[in-house]
Design a protein around this ligand. Structure first.
Ligand code: COA
Length: 164
């Protein structure tokens, strides 16, 4: 008898805010996994512009039409989060070789920290989004510019109505 194991992946990040680059990675990854949990890290060290609950809600609202996506708060170790959600995969988007060097180190640490199989799967960023970063988006917002080219419509609307 063959038992089918659901393929569950975690996509972790600060998502301050979720950008179209992130959305592209999530949509492409959703073709490979049965379920993707977006792990929205509190990342207090980074002093996020949006509070954690808002960042989680952005993910929920922006990905409502993508199959098998959930979002939850991450405030501990990623390997523990993966264990709780019975995930054996971590998704990371890679834009540049600098990203890749950093991500290779993270992937190795996470694999060593985990007491079960936990593989990181890298997705090369679409050329359209290689230069998009949440830092840039935050700067546009705080300087009163229009970030709608870089974030999902729901987030662009929130920025227009709450941050001006
Ligand atoms: N398109 C656009 N932007 C992208 C992107 C893509 N495909 N992929 C990453 N980015 C951006 C992010 O928006 C972010 O931009 P910013 O720095 O300008 O804000 C940057 O690249 C990377 O940040 P983030 O996604 O938040 O990742 P991170 O490197 O800060 O790592 C965690 C965050 C949550 C993955 C990591 O801190 C973690 O695992 N924390 C849990 C604690 C833990 O287990 N630590 C041990 C890890 S070995």
């Amino acid at each position: 008898m063959t038992v089918y194991m659901k393929k569950i992946a975690i996509y972790p990040g600060t998502f301050d805010p979720l950008t179209l680059g992130h959305v592209d990675i999530i949509k492409r990854a959703s073709a490979l996994f049965d379920e993707i949990i977006i792990a929205v890290a509190t990342s207090e060290r980074k002093k996020p512009l949006f509070d954690t609950q808002t960042r989680v809600q952005f993910c929920v609202d922006s990905l409502i039409d993508v199959r098998g996506i959930r979002a939850a708060l991450l405030d501990g170790l990623l390997v523990e989060f993966a264990h709780i959600y019975q995930a054996h995969f971590i998704i990371r988007g890679v834009r540049t070789t600098e990203d890749l060097n950093y991500e290779l180190a993270n992937a190795s640490m996470n694999r060593q920290l985990s007491d079960r199989a936990l593989e990181t799967v890298f997705f090369p960023s679409d050329e359209k989004y290689t230069h998009v970063s949440a830092t840039m988006v935050r700067e546009i917002i705080t300087l009163g510019g229009d970030a709608s080219l870089f974030v999902p419509d729901k987030i662009a609307h929130y920025i227009k109505t709450h941050m001006r």
